[in-house]
Ligand binder design. Structure first.
Ligand code: ADP
Ligand code: MG
Length: 587
């Protein structure tokens, strides 16, 4: 074991004179409390270490002891339903600090059912059994990626602590390995896969503006840039609650403690609408609030994505929500500044961009080593200082994500939620999902989507004109277009995260709503020829019902859209009839 002695220390960073060889990225224990750290640079006989715990009281001369292995985290069935710090040490549900020097959670007990027999040959990533805990959820026990061999012994079915060896193997070189439910994996190394697969299905978020207009792939990557108070956290939480992933990894990264308190208090109370079980059973929360050590925040996104890959490797669809990647980048900047690196753009180190790329690159849909399909979808919030989207974190992230959901200050100020701006957001994968929508009852999804986007584009154009000449000076046809855009905004894009009926909207309901809106928009625009004015439509009770349909007609009552459509048809026919009678030549 290599040792070093601290020469100099500044906050989370220290320099130590090494007596033996250390490796880059090696985990170390620092000082009498054995604080967790990591070698971030080798400099002649010195090592530079970042420390993931509070270094108050640490003095020059104190010991730094190498682990001989890279910084790694324990992965096992005890993750689901629990809350951890950035290095996967358990936090109580009030988000308290962990004890100094703690490495992992106390072992928990699970019921093990073996899935292999003596004599079987297993390879890395294979499933060697099932683990079931208090939630009754079945989790898979994985052979660690680089381990393979012939099974020598298998524990009988029964309850075991998650770190107890259950299976022993002999590998080709004659060495033996033991397998427990928990294994460790270095956080900065992507877990290997057989193959990356092309995206074919969207992650269904339940948010209309995302699924219908700017879908993200299962295994894709999305960013949510937005200024303070524009709804990033509420949107991420809504996705965590409502999306169709099997497992959610929620990373609260560097936001103030009270923001995260919402998640910590609320999540344990919620149930999963798809199966009625507590939502926490499919969730892992990783929390590093702004008052926790800054270096641990830097590591936390790697821990989070490693946890996500671990569940992916069990053949699951995982969604990782990170709030916020800007706070992560600030931690990177602070740590880098402390060890005297030359600052680049915005004070961030020059490798900001490649670090962001490395993180988002770990989003994928894959053929796992165990032969299943699993995915990690990464969704990162960005909080650009003073809402300036040209700053480095936003602009670099934009190069790596496929879906980009801009939150707009004006929309948020008007309490129009989610405040995703339909003309400043995009999805590069959207067209890929045409077959998926066709299988889900909306063969004409692409056409409907184009119709909505064109209308919103026209609205932006006409509003610019109206600002100059006044809205009433616009021809009636154009006033009608503006009216229709309002109907689409209010009736479709607006969706309250707090409405019991509307906080999640199924793709089937989205399709019905889009179809009905497209039909009404066409009818409204056509009715201008019969002398109908937008004010006539505004007065129709059925039109008001159309705008409120999201909150009034739920996923389980799609039939009621037929009634609404019939009412609209009747009202339109009556209106046009009246208008035509008004204008008909007398006699
Ligand atoms: P940010 O994380 O971007 O700073 P928040 O997510 O905390 O902003 O949102 C600020 C406030 O805006 C929330 O407290 C809530 O009142 C309101 N809000 C945001 N998004 C929604 C939404 N989808 N539905 C209803 N209200 C929302
Ligand atoms: Mg927030």
């Amino acid at each position: 074991m290599a040792r070093a002695h601290i020469r100099w220390i500044s906050g989370p960073v220290l320099r130590a004179r090494a007596d033996g060889p250390f490796a880059l990225r090696e985990a170390v224990r620092v000082g009498p409390q054995a604080l967790l750290g990591e070698v971030v640079r080798l400099d002649g006989d010195d090592v530079i270490v970042q420390v993931y715990e509070d270094t108050t009281g640490l003095r020059p001369g104190a010991d730094v002891v190498g682990d001989g292995t890279p910084l790694a985290i324990p992965l096992g069935p005890g993750l689901l339903g629990n809350i951890f710090d950035g290095l996967l040490r358990p936090l109580s549900n009030t988000g308290d600090h962990v004890a100094p020097g703690m490495r992992r959670a106390a072992p928990a007990t699970f019921r093990f059912t073996p899935g292999v027999q003596v004599g079987d040959v297993v390879t890395g990533g294979a499933i060697f059994g099932d683990a079931v805990g208090a939630s009754e959820r079945v989790q898979r026990c994985l052979v660690p990626p680089h381990v393979a061999g012939t099974v020598l012994t298998v524990a009988a079915a029964g309850s075991y602590a998650d770190d107890v060896p259950l299976v022993s193997l002999r590998d080709a070189a004659g060495g033996t390995h033991t397998l427990a439910m928990v294994h460790t994996w270095p956080v900065r190394e992507p877990r290997p896969v057989r193959a990356r697969l092309p995206a074919t299905a969207p992650l269904v978020t339940g948010q209309r503006i995302l699924d219908s207009l700017f879908p993200v792939a299962k295994g894709g990557k999305a960013a949510i840039p937005g200024g303070f108070g524009t709804g990033k956290t509420v949107l991420l939480e809504a996705l965590a609650k409502g999306c169709d992933a099997d497992v959610i990894v929620y990373l609260g990264c560097g936001e103030r403690g009270n923001e995260l308190a919402g998640v910590l208090e609320e999540f344990p109370e919620l149930t999963d609408p798809s199966n009625g079980r507590p939502l926490m059973e499919r969730t892992v929360i990783i929390a590093n609030t702004s008052n926790m050590p800054v270096a641990a925040r830097e590591a936390s996104i790697y821990s989070a994505v490693t946890v996500a890959e671990y569940f992916r490797d069990q053949g699951l669809a995982v969604a990782l929500m990170a709030d916020s990647t800007s706070r992560w980048a600030e931690a990177l900047r602070e740590v880098s500044g402390r060890f005297g690196e030359l600052p680049g753009e915005g004070g961030y180190p020059a490798y900001l961009s490649s670090r962001l790329a490395d993180f988002y690159e770990r989003a994928a849909i894959v053929d796992t080593l165990g032969g299943n399909v699993g995915s990690v979808t990464v969704i990162g919030a960005i909080s650009p200082p003073s809402g300036d989207f040209s700053e480095p974190v936003t602009s670099h992230t934009k190069r790596y994500v496929k879906a980009y959901w801009t939150l707009d200050v004006k929309r948020a100020q008007a309490r129009f939620y989610p405040a995703v701006h339909p003309l400043q957001s995009y999805s590069e994968d959207a067209q890929t999902f045409v077959p998926w929508w066709a299988e889900h009852g909306a063969a004409e999804w692409w056409k409907l989507r184009r119709r909505v986007l064109t209308l919103l584009d026209e609205q932006a154009h006409l509003e610019r004109m109206a600002r100059i000449i006044g809205k009433d000076a616009l021809p009636v046809r154009q006033q009608m277009t503006l009216f229709c855009a309002d109907v689409v905004n209010d009736g479709f894009l607006r969706q309250s995260a707090f409405s019991p009926i509307d906080r999640v909207c199924s793709p089937a309901r989205q399709a019905v709503m889009m179809r009905l809106l497209a039909k009404i928009v066409d009818a409204a625009e056509a009715s201008v020829a019969s002398g109908v004015h937008p004010d006539d439509l505004r007065a129709l009770p059925s039109l008001r019902a159309l705008v409120r349909m999201g909150e009034e007609i739920g996923d389980d009552a799609l039939d009621r859209f037929h009634d609404l459509e019939a009412r609209l048809d009747t009202d339109f026919a009556a209106l046009i009839h009246a208008k035509e009678a008004e204008h008909a030549p007398v006699g």
